[in-house]
Write a protein that binds this ligand. Structure first.
Ligand code: TYD
Length: 137
């Protein structure tokens, strides 16, 4: 599965903690867009898409949430609960986000600007796009 959990360097001292992220250093692409989700309602599951081209890093900078990844062969559940940890997700991976704590702030650094044409929002279309058969068939 084309994902990676990256522990960013923490610059801590007796005043507290700081994490610095630079494109093409800690972040393995040029950052074209930053967005974040907050006040996600209890029980909400969102995402339900893959990207044809876009790569991204998810950082739960406050609270916690869980991420479901699926590459058509296998799935994995990942908990993000550390502000110094990033989840790098390659293109062509189906993702769903769930179990948000009420105080969760999920920040996303993306390699592309927002483009609806880059989204695959139907799971069967995703399997077709990557040339896989449905596991349940
Ligand atoms: P949506 O794609 O439904 O979020 P998710 O797939 O993560 O559950 O996005 C919610 C709304 O925000 C939708 O109307 C599109 C808009 N949006 C932007 O305008 N720009 C962006 O960069 C993103 C990610 C979403």
């Amino acid at each position: 599965m084309d994902y990676k959990i990256i522990d960013f360097q923490k610059h801590g001292d007796d005043r507290g903690m700081l994490v610095a992220l630079e494109e093409e250093k800690e972040i393995p692409f040029k950052i074209k867009r930053v967005y974040y989700m907050y006040d996600t309602l209890s029980g909400v599951r969102r995402g339900y898409h893959a990207h044809k081209k876009l790569k991204q890093i998810l950082i739960c900078i406050h609270g916690y949430c869980q991420i479901h990844l699926d590459n058509g062969d296998e799935t994995i559940e990942i908990t993000l609960d550390k502000p110094y940890q990033g989840l790098y997700i390659e293109n062509n991976i189906w993702r769903e986000m769930y179990n948000f704590s009420s105080d969760a702030v999920l920040m996303v650094l993306a390699s592309e600007i927002y483009d609806e044409a880059d989204y695959i929002r139907n799971y069967q279309d995703f399997l077709d796009f990557i040339g896989k058969k449905d596991k349940n068939e």
